[in-house]
Design a binder for this molecule. Structure first.
Ligand code: TYM
Length: 353
């Protein structure tokens, strides 16, 4: 069965971009057709300046929203990254396979590092090595497919490169994964700046629709979306990015093809009204389920506990195999095959020396 792994980082409130670019696909398609794991990747949230209490809060909220988006723990595994040590264990090995040049070429690193420096802050080393930890997340589970939005494609490509390189140097250990992108809305843009991605860690609230925004707030944000000069509704990402973004959101929420949908509109105002309604309808069931789940935090905790246990069991053999393949001595307490090993195992410390 195909193994699928993906994750979401608790650095801000989850957005319509996260939902349309990734989560909806996970719940609607991936969990039904594959052996799928979905992870709240909290270690990644420590790569930029963070407030510990906020990261904890956002991690809980992300878990609740994943379940509210209809991820079913009977069908898939939902867990928190820091509850499974194998991610960090494998990350170090992959750091010994990756190069610093590769890290510095990552687009997200360049953008985020520039932003941190611009704010007068320093850049954490973990921001540079972030894609290696992400590769560890993926490779630890023998993942075949990684359903992500377009902004993560370069990171998945790096995970592929590291898997191939490791396998070539140390023997076949990792499955080589590939990214899968949604058919539309692989890159939902900021409503106020339609040439930039709608990102949860960005500051500009009015251009970002959050999953927990009230319907009236959603309507206001969509109605105030920046559109392009001209009045004709046409689908052209290059010259009309604002309108193209609205058409893609509409297509993602209510079906159809953005190129055809534009034929039905004579004005930007009419298009915005329908987009606002479609987004409100898409978010309604998620918000209702989120309210129910918030009333039952013990359920969410139970899902995360069971998820972590299951995930540990899945990751351990692959990460142990990587430790051996790269040349590390197995711990003495670990039984080895062969009669001599049988005699040694279980002996008191020092007895074998
Ligand atoms: P993150 O938390 O930024 O985003 C989670 C998922 O949402 C997608 N996404 C979008 N898709 C379309 N339009 C947007 N505006 C938009 N914004 C976000 C992202 O592409 C992603 O699929 N590094 C990852 C988290 C991660 C991960 C992993 C993912 C860590 N380890 C292993 C997959 C596999 C990130 O920061 O996602």
């Amino acid at each position: 069965m195909t193994r699928v792994f993906s994750g979401v980082k608790p650095t801000g409130h989850l957005t319509l971009g996260n939902y349309l670019g990734a989560m909806r696909q996970w719940a609607g398609v991936d969990q039904h057709r594959a052996d799928a794991l979905f992870c709240i990747v909290d270690l990644h949230a420590l790569t930029v300046e963070h407030d510990p209490a906020r990261v904890r809060r956002l991690s809980r909220q992300a878990a609740t929203l994943l379940l509210a988006s209809e991820l079913d723990p009977e069908l898939c595994t939902v867990f928190v990254q820091s509850h499974v040590d194998e991610h960090a264990r494998l990350s170090y090995l992959l750091e010994c396979v990756a190069t610093d040049g590769e890290m510095r070429r990552m687009i997200q690193y360049k953008e985020k590092a520039a932003r941190e420096r611009g704010r007068g802050g320093s850049v954490r080393l973990s921001l540079l090595t972030y894609p290696v930890l992400m590769a560890a997340d993926i490779l630890a589970y023998g993942t075949d497919e990684v359903p992500v939005g377009d902004d993560q494609a370069q990171h998945v490509e790096l995970a592929r490169d590291l898997a191939v390189r490791f396998n070539q140097r140390y023997g076949h250990t990792f499955v080589v994964p590939r990214a899968t992108l949604p058919p539309v809305s692989a890159r939902v843009m900021n409503l106020q700046e339609p040439t930039s991605k709608m990102g949860k860690s960005d500051d500009s609230g009015p251009g970002i629709v959050y999953l927990l925004d009230e319907p009236e707030v959603v309507r206001k944000k969509v109605m105030r979306a920046v559109t392009d000069s001209g009045t004709e509704v046409v689908y052209d990402r290059e010259s009309r990015p604002g309108v193209a973004n609205l058409l893609e959101i509409l297509a993602a929420c209510s079906g159809g093809d953005p190129e055809r949908l534009c034929d039905g509109y004579a004005s930007y105002g009419a298009l915005k009204k329908d987009v606002a309604q479609a987004v409100v309808e898409a978010l309604r069931p998620v918000q209702a389920r989120h309210r129910e789940l918030c009333a039952d935090p013990a359920y969410v905790e139970g899902v995360l506990r069971d998820g972590a246990e299951k995930a540990r069991g899945m990751a351990r053999p692959t990460v142990d195999a990587a430790y051996r393949a790269i040349g590390l001595l197995p711990p003495v307490s670990e039984p080895e095959s062969g009669p001599a090993a049988g005699a040694g195992s279980g002996a008191a410390p020092g007895a074998a020396r």
